[in-house]
Write a protein that binds this ligand. Sequence first.
Ligand code: IPE
Ligand code: IPE
Ligand code: MG
Ligand code: MG
Length: 335
Amino acid sequence: MVSVKLENIKSLEFLKDDIEKLEVFLSSFCNSLEGTLKEDVSNTLIAGGKRLRPIIFLICAKTDDYDIDSLIPAAAAIEIIHTASLIHDDIIDKSALRRGRKTIHKRYDKDTAKFVGDYLFTHTFSLLNTYRDPDILMEMSVAAQNLVKGEFDQLKTKGNLKQDEGVYFRKIDEKTASLFKVSCVLGGMLSASSEKDIKNMRSFGKYLGYAFQINDDLIDLDYKRSAIEIGKPIGSDLRQGNVTLPLIYASREKGFRSGVKRLLIKDKILESDIKEIIDLMNNTNAVEKTKEKLGSYLDKAKAMAGRISGYDRRKGLEQVCRIIEESVSSKGAGN
Ligand code: IPE
Ligand code: IPE
Ligand code: MG
Ligand code: MG
């Protein structure tokens, strides 16, 4: 198999044409908007993004009756709500770069970014109403509530190095895995899959979502990569005091805790402080432990994929896991 970089996952051969259709749909949605909203929405939605959530949605819908045109509104709704969450997340994280472009709150102001995010959030539900199915609307409503709750809990637990792994996993289950789960479940529902398949898809989405967020936490520590390469700033979690899994593991060591506390209580955390924290972390086994945990969730996701009926779905989901796996092995905290 030819290896695909995580950033290029949307060029997967068996999905390329379908993702192209999604891009056309998203562009025409942007073009249908008026005035500044058109420019503001296009700025983030069309800027790029891996389109991973619509990809797993489409794979889960790949049965013999697969009809891409009828699936596009849901694929777009999934990508649009994800984009809305990023626009709001960037306000909270005070982040200046997203998908390689200046974030909306930096380009304009916070109020503009809040409204653009709200507009996209609400548009998701109009698109999903295409299917006239209350269960679909309910699934997405619950996912959206969980996403917001996870982000809220993250805000409330900022800088608390004593939080345990359980708190972290509850947060990522909500802020990240909720959208992965609903993407898979909607794929199952819109392809009239069995309850058993949908249950396994939900578990697959959960485990893949965990692995994906843990990987994202590692990327944030990887000073060997550049913001330009990944399209968003490196070191953002540390700058914001977001307690990620590597930080939780490193904080189990007293030496690290005391070294880091001194840096985190500073009024302004400098780039040199961030590098110092990463150096301190590299004196512990935190990155290694984090990678192990990530690997264990990818294994669980693969096992779940293997239980889903239909060759295309199983192979497609396993391939997504492999691409994430390959993108992990070479990096982490400047190693
Ligand atoms: C970023 O998601 C938010 C996280 C859950 C880590 P992605 O890494 O999928 O962002 P895009 O869509 O490719 O920009
Ligand atoms: C964000 O997690 C998850 C969302 C629900 C938006 P992160 O804060 O880690 O995402 P990035 O790193 O900014 O993309
Ligand atoms: Mg963020
Ligand atoms: Mg992150």
